[in-house]
Design a binder for this molecule. Structure first.
Ligand code: FAD
Length: 479
């Protein structure tokens, strides 16, 4: 052994998308194991810049992760646990690196939280072949492949999945875990952590688990009961805004369910419970994660409904750019895309509207939109994003039928009736008469942005609808 080998024996906590101390089963298990064995705990986070680039992880999400790592490092230091951040370009370099690392630090076991994505599972298999890896499942409240139908298969329809999920969830008490106790005396305040990747400021989002928990609890106490009525209106602040925290693991799904049940203990039991509607969204999140594990092809951006392989997407690049830039001429679509581009987040109703518009009105492959979302979203999450896009395109599991084409004007009239949301992202329409926004007068070149006109729609709704129905009928037999 060379001089670089630690004199002290360690256990390693490998953080990934579980960047928190509270309700972190993996961290608790690592600390308990180390205490039993008389070892110290070290923690590591492995940044993989090339992997992230290839998979289009948004620069705003990377900034968010960097900020959280800095918080976590300080909290861990107070527990006597050093957090080290290493940069390795891709997952393929991790097994050899860890093999060397465990020798250097005399590590007996590596504790990590499992992740549902295909590449992440492959990574863990390769690592487990080299080092003693202990995985804990905590990205879902109920483990993937545990909520099965009577034939022992994954459900392909949400409603029976959700029913079974609720039955299983109420079978035993749901309790969160405290942060582990200090392992040793606090260690020195760590140096600032800098991820060597392109970043976009995420400062608009409060960082840290205390802030995230406070937001979650406040939502559960004050807004969850109104969620059903308000969740579809983008001008109303009616949703929880916790998706970014769940995506990188600052919050756990169990904390979400516990926060909700503390106010609405009947949410798992009664359809009429005021907490039921929000609980359903947490279950949708789990549904898509379970699907990703049961059908690994979803991680490879394949259609769930394989009849959709026959669709001839138009894939017009100019139209795609207009959609990305919020210049389609449909105010609700454009305001939504500008919300995404300016904030890194988009309201769920609008995600459905813009996804429907891209895949149906423009007949652009859902994978283009899915990728663009990943590049922009602070809450980018493969399972939810893939699920949402395939639902909207009609190619997915329990998806919206292919023949349901959202009318972007009706959606606007229904869900932004006063035009408040539209105006907040389209300043050029600030003084335009609302009825005219909804009626979409088609302007001449000179009339743009003046005289109650907006830019010309990129495609006429009725025409686009018929064109979509004709083309997407390719999915009919599988729908
Ligand atoms: P709330 O309405 O308060 O819901 C609470 C939580 O439930 C969310 O934080 C989220 O974790 C989960 N959730 C809510 N709706 C859904 C849903 N439809 N599917 C799965 N989980 C859900 N969500 C992501 O987290 N990451 C994504 O990359 C993502 N991409 C999407 C793409 C499309 C095309 C669509 C239609 C939806 C997508 N969603 C995604 C789901 C949803 O839009 C967001 O989770 C939600 O808008 C986040 O805001 P919130 O935290 O205020 O959610």
């Amino acid at each position: 052994m060379n001089d670089l080998v630690s004199k002290q024996a360690h256990t390693l906590m490998w953080f990934r998308s579980d960047l928190r101390l509270q309700d972190n089963q993996t961290l608790v298990a690592a600390c308990e194991h180390a205490a039993r064995e008389g070892r110290s705990v070290r923690a590591i986070y492995i940044a993989t810049p090339t992997q992230w680039l290839i998979h289009d992880v948004a620069a705003i999400q990377l900034d968010f992760i960097e900020r959280q790592l800095n918080q976590l490092a300080v909290q861990l230091a107070a527990l006597g646990i050093p957090l080290e951040v290493r940069h390795l370009d891709t997952f393929s370099l991790i097994p050899a690196f860890l093999a060397q690392y465990i020798q250097q630090w005399q590590v007996d076991r590596v504790f990590a939280s499992s992740e549902p994505e295909f590449n992440e599972c492959q990574r863990d298999q390769a690592v487990a072949a080299k080092v003693s890896l202990v995985l804990h499942q905590q990205h879902c409240l109920l483990a993937p492949l545990s909520v099965l139908n009577l034939s022992g298969q994954m459900y392909k329809v949400f409603t029976p999945f959700a029913k079974k999920w609720r039955e299983m969830a109420r079978a035993k008490p749901i309790q969160t875990l405290n942060a582990p106790n200090a392992m040793t005396k606090p260690i020195a305040t760590p140096e600032p952590i800098v991820l060597d990747v392109p970043k976009v400021s995420s400062k608009a989002w409060a960082i840290g688990e205390e802030a995230a928990l406070a937001q979650l609890r406040l939502f559960a106490m004050t807004k969850a009961a109104e969620y059903k009525a308000s969740r579809d209106f983008p001008a109303i602040d009616g949703t929880s805004h916790i998706s970014a925290y769940l995506a990188v693991g600052i919050l756990s799904p169990r904390q979400c369910v516990v926060a909700l049940l503390s106010h609405y203990p009947d949410a798992l039991v009664h359809d009429e419970s005021p907490g039921r509607s929000w609980l359903n969204e947490i279950i949708w999140r789990e549904f898509y994660r379970h699907l990703l594990v049961a059908f690994p092809r979803l991680s490879k951006a394949q259609n769930f409904n394989q009849f959709a392989d026959n669709v001839h997407w138009r894939n017009n690049e100019t139209e795609f750019k207009a959609w990305c830039d919020g210049l389609t001429g449909y105010p609700l679509v454009d305001a939504a895309m500008r919300q995404l581009n300016q904030t890194g987040w988009m309201h769920n109703r609008l995600r459905m509207v813009v996804a429907s518009f891209l895949t149906k009105h423009l007949l652009i492959d859902w994978r283009w939109g899915e990728r663009y979302f990943r590049q922009q979203l602070i809450d980018g999450d493969l399972a939810a994003n893939n699920g949402g896009w395939q639902w909207s395109a009609g190619t997915g599991c329990d998806a919206q039928p292919y023949f349901r084409v959202f009318n972007p004007i009706t959606q606007c009239e229904k869900f932004d009736p006063t035009g408040e949301f539209i105006r907040s992202y389209l300043p050029e329409l600030a003084s335009v008469d609302l009825k005219l926004i909804h009626k979409l007068k088609i302007p001449t070149q000179e009339q743009r942005f003046t005289d109650n006109h907006y830019i010309a729609p990129i495609v006429e709704h009725k025409f686009a609808r018929v064109r979509a129905l004709t083309e997407l009928a390719a999915m009919k037999r599988g729908g």
